[in-house]
Design a protein around this ligand. Structure first.
Ligand SMILES: [Zn+2]
Length: 161
């Protein structure tokens, strides 16, 4: 956000964004409820697409990390087992072989997960940037009726997404 936004900076911004996206409560009421100005709210609506994208990316990163962390933990346990088996008084070949096999499985699993993450289609929210919206509406200046209609449908897309 290039300009300071009182809504983005609000400590309840998550709940406010939720209210805006759900679209049941009017902007005026949301503004009143959180002690914000309506102008700030309207300006902030332009930030929502970006915020949604960001949240989406954060979530994906978190999930991938959590899975890899779990596999890593498993891997450490296997390596520890292997170490114990090798340093024991009686070397148990069966345990060592078992541990090696498990470790190989762990490595394969990590590789598979990393591959899945790389292959995962980057699901992008198809949104029209505010600049392009302004451009479209601006180009229709000589045609007031068409201009209004386009502006209205653009606004409805914003609310629906
Ligand atoms: Zn904002």
């Amino acid at each position: 956000m290039t300009r300071f936004c009182t809504v983005c900076a609000h400590e309840e911004s998550f709940a406010i964004n939720e209210d805006i996206v759900i679209g049941i409560t009017s902007v005026r009421r949301i503004a009143a409820q959180y002690g914000l100005s309506e102008t700030a709210m309207r300006r902030h609506k332009e930030h929502i697409p970006q915020l949604l994208l960001q949240a989406h990316d954060d979530m994906q990163g978190y999930e991938a990390d959590a899975i890899l962390l779990r596999v890593e933990h498993l891997e450490n346990e296997t390596l520890q087992l292997l170490e114990d088996a090798k340093s024991g008084d009686v070397v148990d070949r069966r345990i060592i072989l078992q541990a090696i096999r498990e470790q190989r499985g762990n490595i394969e699993l990590i590789a598979k997960i990393k591959q899945l993450i790389d292959l995962a289609p980057k699901t992008e929210l198809v949104l029209i940037s505010p600049q392009v919206q302004a451009l479209i509406v601006g180009a229709l200046l000589p045609y007031p009726e068409a201009r209004q209609a386009v502006a209205d449908s653009l606004a409805s897309i914003e609310v629906a997404s």
